[in-house]
Design a protein around this ligand. Sequence first.
Ligand SMILES: CC(C)(COP(=O)(O)OP(=O)(O)OC[C@H]1O[C@@H](n2cnc3c(N)ncnc32)[C@H](O)[C@@H]1OP(=O)(O)O)[C@@H](O)C(=O)NCCC(=O)NCCS
Length: 250
Amino acid sequence: MNNDSIDRFIRVNELNKYTFEEIKDYINIQQMISLKSTIYLNKQSFENLKTNTLKLTIKRLTAENGIFNIKLVFLATNGEFILRYWDDSSYVIVNEDVRGIYTIDCASNSFVYIGKHTTSNGTHMICMDSEVQIGDDCMFSDGILIQATDQHGVVDIKKKQIINKHRRCIEIQNHVWLARNCTVISDVTIGEGSIVSLGAVVVKNVPKRSIVAGIPAKVVKQDMTWSRFRKNFDNYSKKIIDIYGERDFD
Ligand SMILES: CC(C)(COP(=O)(O)OP(=O)(O)OC[C@H]1O[C@@H](n2cnc3c(N)ncnc32)[C@H](O)[C@@H]1OP(=O)(O)O)[C@@H](O)C(=O)NCCC(=O)NCCS
């Protein structure tokens, strides 16, 4: 990811840049992670880190020589974020008003983007030479696994080849609900407005505005979306109904 492609997601020149040294009292940094690493914050995320409404922990996985140059844009509002690094080649962007509980493991030039207003009660993302793009206003339950790499080689014996070397990309578009304990693997796109049911394992693309369920996840309903409120529409579902609904609101 070069600076031009990062600009598609966020304008870093409008943010405040700090070294870990400058904010080390407000984040939890494990040993052997260089305090010269930089982080971009906005006014709100800086304030929330200071007041402990927002918690950020940076950990080292098996990087024996230490971690020197983390690239991180962190504009979350509240919650607990644990970032774990095998090396420092990845770029992570957490956009404005992202809330909740996330653990993100990174290595080998991965790129992770979490869009505005997305929430999570417990998401673990594993990225190794992977790209994970999450849209705005998604809602992730707990027990969510985004496995964006196989982490180990799958060997075709006859062809004498490793068959899963490619960079893996997962795109979760705006306003997607991942229900409790579901898993997303493989190169998939989950379309805008869709729901992944409890316990599902997504291995193929999910069309927009549909519900998928089961292992492997299959479409069980179409022309459906969801609302954060159980008895009322939220703004995003209103927007979707406005465009695709067949009659006026009740
Ligand atoms: C996504 C969800 C809300 C959809 O509910 P719904 O629209 O009422 O779906 P239905 O119960 O009508 O089910 C539609 C079909 O999918 C199947 N199905 C629903 N959920 C399923 C699941 N988790 N796994 C497997 N199949 C499932 C149903 O058996 C039904 O199949 P059928 O048409 O053959 O009878 C629901 O499936 C779900 O996952 N609920 C849990 C939400 C959750 O995790 N909340 C925690 C807080 S985020």
